[in-house]
Write a protein that binds this ligand. Structure first.
Ligand code: HEC
Length: 183
């Protein structure tokens, strides 16, 4: 199973890191991220946007707007699970700086991650893993009702992580911008 494998890999990695640190021989190259903080923010936001788009399609499917396909639903859930496992690895060591000026001048590069993520890294990481597990469990069943319930559970996990670790975003009323979708 993917998650078990991830845990085993994590344990092996932790051992490897532990021994490397204890020998104080971590090479400078290993410690240097080649991704700049700006690109890390951008990668994270793109990943979350795709998680959001997949999630929207799942909800629209269960709300009856799209034809239900077990293969598609489970494929999207599996992709969400993998992306949620990847997401925390796109954080750099230092908290991202956010100011109203950055938001106003370069909104696409402004991170909405709160400094609490860096202060409570374990809690944040656990939430990402728990949400990935829910998506993975839903991807492993062909029981449509069970999928629906787990997708609802996942939504609660998305929202609770955002409520804790994400900056409050100004909400955009799309109806005001482009008019209602089905007038
Ligand atoms: C472990 C915490 C966590 C979980 C779980 C989580 N998110 Fe996020 N999400 C974040 C954070 C933090 C950001 C802001 C990232 C940034 O800007 O640095 C974010 C940003 C987003 C964005 C905005 C992307 C952008 O920048 O335009 C969307 C959409 C989103 N999440 C959807 C979801 C959905 C849907 C789920 C559940 C399937 C989910 N998230 C689960 C923490 C989480």
């Amino acid at each position: 199973m993917k998650l078990n494998l991830a845990i085993v890999c994590g344990a092996v990695l932790a051992l490897a890191i532990g021994s490397a640190v204890s020998q104080a021989t971590v090479s400078k190259l290993q410690m240097t991220a080649l991704t700049s903080p700006e690109d890390a923010v951008s990668a994270r936001r793109l990943l979350m946007t795709t998680i959001g788009n997949n999630n929207d399609i799942l909800h629209d499917t269960f709300d009856g707007y799209f034809e239900y396909s077990d293969r598609e639903v489970r494929g999207r859930l599996d992709a969400i699970s993998t992306m949620l496992l990847t997401f925390p690895h796109l954080y750099r060591g230092e908290p991202d700086v956010w100011t109203p000026e950055i938001e106003a001048t370069d909104p696409a590069r402004a991170s909405h991650s709160l400094p609490l993520i860096w202060e409570d890294w374990d809690g944040f990481y656990a939430m990402a893993t728990a949400a990935a597990e829910t998506a993975f469990e839903a991807s492993m069943t062909t029981d449509r009702e069970k999928q629906r319930i787990l997708i609802e559970d996942l939504e609660v996990q998305c929202e609770s992580c955002h409520a804790t670790y994400r900056r409050e975003l100004p909400s955009v009323d799309f109806d005001e911008l482009i008019g209602p979708a089905n007038p």
